[in-house]
Design a protein around this ligand. Structure first.
Ligand SMILES: [Fe+2]
Length: 281
């Protein structure tokens, strides 16, 4: 664990399977990560983060062809919001092959594998029977579900929040940030999250909190924000991957005895969260 109190995990080969497995140096670090809903992950050696960062930085160029990627609904495409520092190229897994170069689509599939390793460790800790993981996660735990790979930049010359305080709605968020600015809420106070070289930032979301709520070890969905950027660099870049349930699917709550304790349509859960966010704004 770092002096800041943020736990650090590593993905290691698991002798018992072909998958990588999530490890913390001490079990108290894992417990802290689950309580916070937040931890650092040592960047896996085979992940070519630098090439992906270069791809993200090139989006700034006004003649970048990726600025022409069309909108698909509100969440996908090249999106520049007027009232926000954030500009992004956002795409679901199904469109990576169509719009991203092959090496970026492959990078996204590597993040899929990381997301799956994390959610499988969450399930392992939860005591929920392995036969139920797929159903509980709307297919994400076995390679389905919904995933976004987004390249984001924050223009620090726009005087506004980077991102207002919120929780993520999905299962797991994987973040690579080039500059400080992210803060997480710990015990009612916002704390800076230092950029830690060679580490990704992982946070848990509401859907994961929901499906583990009645299990042996529930995870928290961490409240976080990005403060208005005022660094010497006028732009802060990040790469963000969201592991989500399918929007038209169901989420199931199981206890460690395999008994069903509740369920929700994904859309209903997300709509509830949206209402809560609106009320507290
Ligand atoms: Fe977020």
């Amino acid at each position: 664990m770092l002096s800041s109190g943020i736990p650090v995990a590593t993905l290691l080969d698991d002798p018992a399977s072909v998958e990588k497995k999530l490890f913390f140096a001490a079990s108290k670090d894992l417990i802290r990560a689950w309580e916070l809903g937040f931890f650092y992950l040592k960047t896996p050696d085979d992940l070519d983060l630098e090439t992906a960062r270069q791809f993200g930085r090139k989006l700034l160029a006004s003649d970048s062809p990726y600025r022409q990627v069309p909108h698909y609904g509100e969440l996908e495409g090249f999106i520049a919001l007027e009232n926000n520092q954030q500009t992004k190229l956002a795409l679901r897994r199904e469109r990576w092959g169509q719009h991203y170069p092959e090496h970026i689509a492959a990078f996204g599939r590597q993040l899929d594998a990381i997301g799956i390793a994390i959610i499988r460790e969450v399930f392992r800790q939860s005591g929920i029977l392995e036969a139920l993981w797929d159903r509980a996660s709307g297919g994400y735990a076995s390679g389905g579900g919904d995933a976004f790979l987004n390249f984001v930049y924050y223009d620090t010359r726009t005087p506004d929040w980077g991102l207002r305080p919120h929780t993520d709605y999905g299962f797991v968020t994987i973040l690579d940030a080039s500059a400080p600015g992210l803060q997480i809420e710990v015990g009612g106070e916002f704390e800076d999250v230092p950029v830690l070289a060679s580490h990704l930032i992982i946070n848990f979301g509401e859907a994961l909190n929901f499906i583990t709520a009645h299990s042996n070890r529930a995870v928290s969905a961490v409240t976080h924000r990005v403060v208005s950027q005022q660094s010497a660099d006028s732009v802060r870049h990040s790469i963000v991957y969201f592991a989500n349930p399918n929007l038209d699917g169901m989420l199931w709550q199981f206890d460690a005895a395999g008994k069903e304790q509740g369920s929700s349509k994904v859309q209903d859960l997300f709509a509830q969260l949206e209402n809560k966010l609106t009320e507290t704004r």
